[in-house]
Ligand binder design. Sequence first.
Ligand SMILES: Nc1nc2c(c(=O)[nH]1)N[C@H]1C(S)=C(S)[C@@H](COP(=O)(O)OP(=O)(O)OC[C@H]3O[C@@H](n4cnc5c(=O)[nH]c(N)nc54)[C@H](O)[C@@H]3O)O[C@H]1N2
Ligand SMILES: Nc1nc2c(c(=O)[nH]1)N[C@H]1C(S)=C(S)[C@@H](COP(=O)(O)OP(=O)(O)OC[C@H]3O[C@@H](n4cnc5c(=O)[nH]c(N)nc54)[C@H](O)[C@@H]3O)O[C@H]1N2
Ligand code: SF4
Ligand SMILES: [Mo]
Length: 719
Amino acid sequence: MLKDNVFPVKDIPNVVHPNETLVATHCCYCGMQCGMNLRVNTKSNRIVGVEPRYDWPVTLGKMCPKGVTAYQTVNHPERLTTPLIRDDASKKGTPDGFREATWEEALDRIVSRFKELQANYGKDSLSVFSGVSMTNEKCYLTGKFARVGLQTRYIDYNGRFCMSSAAAGFMRSFGVDRGSTVPWTDIPETDCLFVAGSNAAECHPTSMFRIWAVQERGGYLIVADPRETPIARRADVHLDLRPGTDLALANGILHQLIERGFADESFVAAHTNGFEETKAIVSAFTPEYTSEITGVAPDKIVRAAELYGKAPNAIVMFARGIEQQHKGADNVSAYTNLALVTGKIGRPKSGVATFTGQGNGQGGREHGQKADQLPGYRKLTEPKHVQAICDVWGIAPEEMPKPGVSAYEMFGLMTDKTIRGLYLVCSNPAVSAPNQNFVRAALRELDFMVCSDFFLSESAEYADVVLPATSWSEDEGTVTNLEGRIIKINKAQEPVGESKPDWAIQIAIAERMGRGRYFSHLTDPKAIYDELRLASKGGYADYYGATWEKIERQQGVFWPCKSEEDEGTPRMFLDRKFFHADGKANICALPYRPAAEEPDAEYPLRLTTGRVVYHYLSGNQTRRVPFLRDMCPEPFVEVHPALAAQYGIAHEDRVRLYTRRGEAVFAVKITEAIRQDTVFVPYHFGKEQSINLLTNDALDPMSRMPEFKACAAQMVKIG
Ligand SMILES: Nc1nc2c(c(=O)[nH]1)N[C@H]1C(S)=C(S)[C@@H](COP(=O)(O)OP(=O)(O)OC[C@H]3O[C@@H](n4cnc5c(=O)[nH]c(N)nc54)[C@H](O)[C@@H]3O)O[C@H]1N2
Ligand SMILES: Nc1nc2c(c(=O)[nH]1)N[C@H]1C(S)=C(S)[C@@H](COP(=O)(O)OP(=O)(O)OC[C@H]3O[C@@H](n4cnc5c(=O)[nH]c(N)nc54)[C@H](O)[C@@H]3O)O[C@H]1N2
Ligand code: SF4
Ligand SMILES: [Mo]
């Protein structure tokens, strides 16, 4: 088992209240997957609270405000408890017009409409849009449901808005996409952390005790963010760059590393390709030139390179700040270059990590919910990969649908009526997708839409049939946390009302579509997981040896885990073998390009978006929790005092923000913790409060990630 030298697990006894039992599990929200004990009343058999789980080695009993209140969503009065049908489509886009229905009627309605659409417009007239708050079992099944159950090519998922740039960048650099090359227990033992575009203190709060420990133990912290977030405030160097300019910053720092002799020439020669081309590209990025593009002072760039270069061990970490750009995959490879050129990878306490976002943001991106991907991170474009999955699924290669299109591009196909039916599960794109005016119009265009959720979301309001799904604590399965560690989610209570787990719903639909023979053997999550293990065997993300039993016994299993004997892989590339055919990693030569939309006279401000600690994603869960809602009841726009003076606005004034795509009104929050040329708005709110009415849908050519983090905006004071 993995050893933790700095924060070993302490034997702290659990508190068990009278008439209660504890169910050990993990939080439903972010990729930290904090361990928690759900308190279950033994009379009502209902979840009534939460206790820390000190014995979970990653988070040691720590939780954030969302985690400690997550249990309040389970028996919440607004839970969906029966299927809902809307007969009158004129009410689309509103919460009105639904009536309660039985499962029989709802499933019959879905299947008769799906069959009708496919008879008239072909198999590919249906689509599936999913999300990765679901377990591996559900994510895997959703991919199979689309391709075998509905026989459509159009499936993609909300990870396109989240992890796709990290995935594409890592695939190019390493030949494999495991979000972190090291376990989280390595963080406090490193000598330098370089954190780019991550608001870790609000978004992965239970990482912070390990991150602060780096400085407390004499190491250094470098942070690149246009805002002075809590982690930036305590950094040794804060690189306060203009949104959208990371590629220049990373190239500038690499240039300094090379100039100052920090390149590890023998590592580069033995284990990488592309150094010379990259060196040529970055040679133009002097501190002065880099400063001109990024707005970061030249001496800070030099100091960051010195600290990272001198550190015996260092970890480069990043998150959506660098990834949600139309060059997000390039940014990922550019920051990964720092580790490859200096050889600070493939050994303990050194490496590269992205802060994976959603609870199962890692596992959910590996097992076939992506338009061009099959389980085990196999490629739909590789005949050998297709054959391997066909053998598991029992279909012929000709029956495997071709690759579809990315999540955002599916809305385009809805607009032009190529896609006419949608099965939406575990995502709320009517809040979370960019360019909302376009997306909401696309949802309205659909002939028939199904939404599976446990609360009526803004997106469910566009559906013809809404299905009540179970929450995370009413079913069991596995998720893969941000370290790449497969862990177990346990069932704490029976489903509320008539709600059903998503896997059971999808199997019931597949059976009614006449495809039951491919699904009927999957009678529980364990059976689905065992098929997933088989389907991933020999793939990039190999789960074959990671049985449920081993996951329990070892406190999680890091993939790849190829056999019964294999204990898994906490640290990647220890043998200096990368996953490209020649065993080498790619150092990538990446010319700079600006944001898709740069400020101009009409739209002079840079708008960036993100999160607050109190809300989760589209807010459909956290906006219903009283404490979280009280702490952050509405969105706001962060404005620097100098910019506020220029615009004649004061704290709590209301302003209208607008871009080329839309506008919305926000309360002003004056703060010095942001660049003067930039405004920031959190995106957890729907309808007319959604900042995604304004965001840019420019897509990264490699990852198809929208540019949530940089566009040009203007602001006017109202009233
Ligand atoms: N509280 C909370 N925690 C969460 C979530 C949540 O919704 N709420 N969601 C989870 C999920 S799915 C995700 S993906 C993660 C996201 O985790 P993060 O990526 O850490 O969160 P964000 O707020 O989207 O963006 C991070 C930072 O990027 C900065 N930034 C903006 N533009 C740029 C830029 O051009 N360059 C750089 N270098 N930085 C920039 C922002 O100022 C912000 O501080 O969080 C997970 N955890
Ligand atoms: N402007 C801007 N927009 C962004 C971002 C940004 O930084 N800025 N970040 C992007 C990122 S990183 C992400 S991850 C996306 C996320 O955006 P979404 O995909 O919209 O994320 P959620 O709000 O989690 O939506 C999940 C929905 O499914 C429900 N749900 C949860 N678990 C289950 C389940 O097991 N089964 C079913 N059936 N339903 C379930 C929840 O109630 C919720 O309504 O937003 C993206 N949008
Ligand atoms: S939201 Fe993330 S950090 Fe907070 S308790 Fe849940 S898993 Fe932990
Ligand atoms: Mo995300």
